[in-house]
Design a protein around this ligand. Sequence first.
Ligand SMILES: CC[C@H](O)CC(=O)C(=O)O
Ligand SMILES: [Mn+2]
Length: 336
Amino acid sequence: MMGKKKILFNDVTLRDGMHAISHQYSVEQIAELTELIDDSGVDIIEATHGDGLGGSSIQYGFSKETEKDIITTAVKHAKNAKVGVLLIPGIGTIEHLKRASEWGASVVRVATHCTEADVSEQHIKAGIDLGMDTVGFLMMSHRAAPELLLEEAKKMESYGASTVYVVDSAGALTMDDTRRRVALFKENLSTQVGFHAHNNLSLGVANSIVAIEEGADRIDASLAGMGAGAGNASLEQLVAVMNKLDIPHHVDLYKAMDAAENVMKPMMKRPVQIDRLSLTLGYTGVYSSFLLFAERAGKEYGVDARDILTKLAEMEAVGGQEDWIIGVAQELAKAK
Ligand SMILES: CC[C@H](O)CC(=O)C(=O)O
Ligand SMILES: [Mn+2]
């Protein structure tokens, strides 16, 4: 049943949205977007490279701006919202996290593959020691059955996470898949529960509503859905539906609509949309951030990028294995 608590919005325009712009937001764009997102009333604004702290690299793509500039710009322009960072252990380190905290970030989401929560222990404890709101983020949640996902979430809870997220990185969860995972978390965890959608199967808003129906406390969204693949749940669309359903939150619908329409959409290089490639991500269950890499490799090697993604799904590729994409494209080109 829907409760009357206020849902907390964690905006990912400036972090997941980085993937969609190949990590090329300028500080001016970060400043403008932060002000608009903050003014719309969201609770937390996440701002880093798409792959989190330490992500700017040859493997994942270099950011236009330094980590320091991204975070300090968001902190400077967020008057009410907290600023958060994503940390994938192994890509980012505790040293990165300490610096992010010194620069003013006060929320950290420690992200692991859904079956590898063990590797988050040190980083979750470090976030808590730094006085940050420290959240566990179980990526590619469709790849673990609900009971297994819960076991992993329990580990994050035992390390001290305030909140544990079901993360639909591939936009592959159906509404029932989402319901079962979030319901199990709510029944068995004493933490808050969050949900992060991708819209590859056109279920970003619907799955977020299902998560709220099952008691989720925090929901991710972004202006115009700006994010990897077909994007995340669009803030303005989700808020409109929540208003109709009488679900309380702090966001002003018109401000979110205007920011999405007037500022976010014109900044997009490749429209964030459901097309044959982003749909394939959701259909086969591949990491949304592989989209632009697969599209480029398809063009370079003259193969259908849908075949690249399908092969990567068969190989059960996870985040961090972006280098496999070229290898798969080369194999497919050879076999032609
Ligand atoms: C590569 C990190 C990833 O973008 C985190 C995330 O938002 C997800 O898994 O969906
Ligand atoms: Mn994401």
